[in-house]
Ligand binder design. Structure first.
Ligand code: UDP
Ligand code: MG
Length: 338
């Protein structure tokens, strides 16, 4: 077996697509039907790394069926649902292509753009960003909340993150290797992508409606996702309280002097229940908010300190024999290398 693995000294594919999939059985067939001819045209030396993120439907079976039809489709089965960011990380770790493109399974990221992306990459770009110029396929509420989020993020995050770009982008192998060196467990991919930098080029596209099925992100998930983005890439919320506290203290000293002087001049005045209560309530609220903000950071420190793996792989199929590839410890190979 070892002999055959060594014997097959395959060079890495030119292009890797990474597709995180969570309950996407309805999109599977359409996805491959659309993407394969495009890749075939671009460069027949491609791979499609499909990461099944603990789907509860028959996505995994569909993927295996497609793999037996086209060996360029490779399948990773995570042990449960870890979330899109973790699934993407698994794909990035396993993909071997010289250019790597994460893409959604629901065809919201138009695969037709791949040709332009690859052209820009061949012309020397290390990252080709796909920017959504028209999101009319998303609901008005989603567009408004996402605009608000990007506004806040653009002002707080270090380094600045490009507006309206998602995970759909082409990355050169250099960039992927750089990303793999970021060990953090809060995988806010847009932020990590921005952090690594490199030569970037932007292409505009129009966001398509979902091919089939429903979005996997509800507003609670999006809120947590937004918090993750801000907390992981900005310490502003943590620091702002010292400035706020300083300002309040200065005002309080002024007020204190005023009270002392007034008491000396006009004597003791007892009423003042309403003003005292509102000051106490307001500042208790502020103290709780600031503690909550610290809690957001501490909970992330807690997660980082535990150092658990970002994802667990249960089964893999198709990754044997790639140069430099270390088999995933504990993962079942569905097909032994021949
Ligand atoms: N996804 C995933 N794990 C999850 C949620 C989503 O792998 O826990 C995948 C999903 O199958 C799809 C991509 O991430 O390929 C984008 O998800 P979705 O279309 O639901 O997000 P939206 O386009 O609404 O932002
Ligand atoms: Mg989608």
């Amino acid at each position: 077996m070892l002999q055959s693995v060594i014997g097959r000294d395959k060079s890495p594919p030119e292009i890797s697509l990474i597709v995180p999939m969570y309950n996407e059985e309805e999109n599977c067939d359409l996805f491959f039907d659309t993407v394969e001819p495009i890749l075939e045209n671009l460069d027949p030396d491609y791979e499609i790394v499909c990461v099944n993120d603990g789907s509860r439907d028959r996505t995994f079976e569909r993927l295996l069926a497609h793999r037996s039809r086209n060996p360029r489709i490779k399948v990773v089965n995570l042990s449960r649902n870890f979330g899109k960011e973790a699934a993407l990380t698994a794909g990035l770790d396993l993909a071997t292509g010289r250019a790597v493109v994460p893409i959604d399974a629901d065809l919201q990221d138009p695969p037709e753009l791949l040709a332009d992306m690859v052209a820009a990459w061949r012309a020397g770009a290390q990252v080709v960003l796909a920017r959504r110029i028209d999101r009319s396929s998303d609901s008005p509420l989603k567009r408004a909340t996402s605009a608000g989020f990007y506004y806040v993020l653009a002002r707080m995050a270090q380094p600045a993150m490009p507006n309206n770009v998602g995970d759909f982008r082409l990355m050169d192998r250099t960039v992927v290797e750089a990303l793999k060196r970021l060990p953090e467990r809060s995988r806010f991919m847009k932020g990590l992508f921005a952090w690594v930098g490199y030569r970037q080029v932007t292409i505009d596209y129009v966001r398509q409606p979902r091919a089939a099925g429903a979005t996997k992100f509800n507003y609670l998930k999006l809120w947590n996702f937004a918090l993750d983005g801000i907390v992981s890439f900005s310490s502003f919320p943590l620091k702002v309280w010292s400035y706020f506290g300083f300002l309040v203290s200065v005002l309080a000293v002024g007020f204190m002097v005023f009270l002392v002087v007034r008491t000396l001049l006009t004597g003791i005045e007892v009423p003042g229940y309403a003003s005292t209560m509102s000051v106490i309530l307001f500042f208790n609220g502020m103290v709780m908010i600031s503690l909550g903000v610290i809690g957001e950071y501490v909970s992330r420190i807690f997660v980082e300190v535990k150092g658990r793996p970002i994802y667990l792989i249960n089964e893999i199929d198709g990754f044997d024999g790639a140069p430099g590839y270390a088999p995933v410890p504990g993962a079942t190979r569905l097909v032994e290398p021949t």
